[in-house]
Design a protein around this ligand. Sequence first.
Ligand code: PHE
Length: 356
Amino acid sequence: MVDSLKAEILGAIGATTDPAALEEVRVAALGKKGRVTALMKDLGGLDPEARKARGAALNVLKDEIAAALNQRKAELQGAALAARLESERLDVTLPARPETEGRIHPITQTIDEITAIFADMGFTVAEGPDVEGDFYNFTALNIPPEHPARQMHDTFYLPDAPDGAKRVLRTHTSPVQIRTMLANKPPIRIIAPGRTYRSDYDMTHTPMFHQVEALVIDEATHMGHLKGAIIEFCRAFFDVDDLPVRFRPSFFPFTEPSAEVDIGCSRKGGELKLGNYGDWLEIMGCGMVHPKVLANCGIDPAKYQGYAFGMGIERIAMLKYGIPDLRTFFEADLRWLKHYGFLPLDMPSLAQGLAR
Ligand code: PHE
């Protein structure tokens, strides 16, 4: 009788699959109205010898049931934890996915491409502030006050600095030439990409745009090096091996001699194509750094010389990527960015290709 009851209850315990069912089995066996409890109550009607033997057997049965309940409870808890761990599993070793929503803006992409090309030629990247001293933006670059070149820059003037210095939003990246020469001894070999500002707004001008400046100063650099670096850059950037590059005499107060750089193109049928087609397109200004500029920066022009050039980044980005309207660069239109933007993991490099 006790044995068959024990087998039945232990079987029921083993068959439970959740804590609530297990609790039901416990109440049915050991609860106030449970079957084992009922048998204990019946002990009173037995004679002393039988009561002793039976009581001992029932106590053993109670202990066995209690032990089985505890063991099953632990099993069910373990299974519940394992199921939860499995359902909340997160593989932190999964690689980042390249099919992200975000895109790299064409300006950022173009700066990265320019940087990759010039880094390969041994240039490092320098930076200067957008809010610039009049001295750095003009005077030190051999553009004294009242010089007509100042009018051509459509300058945004700012309130004077606390020390009385005149301040402007830089109209070109050339002030980074000055800062670099004041802070470093030659040899110098830097590019300086960044924002520039002019008070102008139409189809081909925005009040904020980007330029990249290059500056090389040492004891032996001449115009041939300038031409070589620019031709190499143009062909690498536009990915046209035989792209014609032409140097046209020009004037900048901070270079002597000065030139403007044209690349070969075709405008047939209203469509612009880069290459050897007989037509020309201007893309940058350049020249040998003016001796007065070197002297303004404490560099001896009798010993040192070098070249500089500067170009508009939007302009070459529009040419390379067929972007028709300058103003769209700064409208922050997501559809535009999806169309013209670049995948974040496709970093430009000379080895893997500048743009894919
Ligand atoms: N700073 C000139 C401009 O903004 C470009 C330039 C840079 C020309 C360096 C010569 C040398 O037009």
